[in-house]
Design a protein around this ligand. Structure first.
Ligand code: NAD
Length: 264
């Protein structure tokens, strides 16, 4: 993958710490030659993001809370000042009230439904609106999703509904932006122990289940997601848009428990 993103400038949103999927992608994109800009959500995360940014010679273009349209505008204005254009955006952002990532979906409150969909789905469209203006010669938009969009998963609840909407929005955005040579794709990552994932009930069980039942008999790493992201962001994937690429050790093809799997 060496050099496939040379000369490309990309914004990576959703870095919280060195376990974040955004970190796996930012590192891999940098290694492939891209220049990187990063955002952070709130002061507490700024303290974690700045040293990570320094490791990649990345620009920190400011605080961005996607519930605030003005803060998204601000970040894209900073990117325009910095580079005058933009080649890719990686959106690694999701949120739901932890209390509703356990138990039954049917008990979801309207308030948390609205918040989860706004942060985990609409924000990608909000970002696409701003990115379109800066991608004058085409570009690539990438978001992160999970298999809980396609099938029921324990505890994933409203996030499954939000990810289903996010995956549909990938297809609609791809169709809208294709004539401007802007490609829109998602990676459906297998479960990885991150800050966001720790909010999901019984997450350890989900990790073990995937490890025992995925065709590759293991889970995936943020570096593996990062390298697949580089492919989607690069000209190697110039014919690919509207796609949901599963980077999940093959778990999505499995229809039944591996009879050799130990009990969890
Ligand atoms: P993470 O906690 O490292 O990242 C989540 C990020 O979302 C954080 O940086 C947080 O600041 C950001 N965020 C939340 N609310 C925000 C808001 N209002 N404004 C701006 N940013 C906000 O966890 P992660 O697992 O790396 O999550 C990244 C993406 O990957 C998410 O979309 C998640 O759903 C997806 N994903 C994760 C897994 C997994 O198992 N970890 C699997 C598939 C998909």
């Amino acid at each position: 993958q060496s050099g496939v993103l040379r000369g490309k400038r990309g914004l990576v949103m959703g870095l919280a710490n060195n376990r974040s999927i955004a970190w796996g992608i930012a590192k891999a994109a940098r290694l492939a030659g891209a220049e990187i800009a990063l955002t952070y959500q709130g002061e507490a995360l700024e303290r974690r993001v700045r040293p990570l940014a320094a490791e990649l010679d990345a620009h920190v273009v400011g605080e961005c809370d996607v519930t605030d349209g003005a803060s998204i505008d601000h970040v894209f204005a900073e990117v325009e000042k910095l580079w005058g254009g933009l080649d890719f955006v990686v959106h690694c952002i999701a949120f739901s009230d932890k209390d509703e990532l356990t138990g039954r979906y049917v008990d979801t409150s309207e308030k948390n439904f609205t918040t989860s969909l706004a942060i985990s789905c609409y924000s990608f469209t909000a970002v696409a609106q701003r990115a379109e203006k800066l991608m004058k010669t085409g570009g690539s938009l990438l978001t992160l999703t999970y298999y809980g969009a396609e099938k029921w998963m324990p505890h994933y609840n409203v996030m499954g509904v939000a990810k289903a909407a996010l995956e549909a929005s990938v297809r609609y955005l791809a169709a809208d932006l294709g004539e401007k040579a802007i490609r829109v794709n998602a990676i459906s990552a297998g479960p990885i122990k991150t800050l966001a994932a720790s909010g999901i009930g019984d997450f350890r069980y989900i990790l073990k289940w995937n490890e025992y039942n995925a065709p590759l008999r293991r889970t995936v790493t943020i570096d593996e997601v990062g390298e697949s992201a580089v492919f989607l962001l690069s000209p190697m994937a110039r014919g690919v848009t509207g796609e949901i690429l599963h980077v999940d050790a093959g778990y999505h093809v499995v229809g039944m428990k591996n009879p050799k799997a130990p009990d969890i």
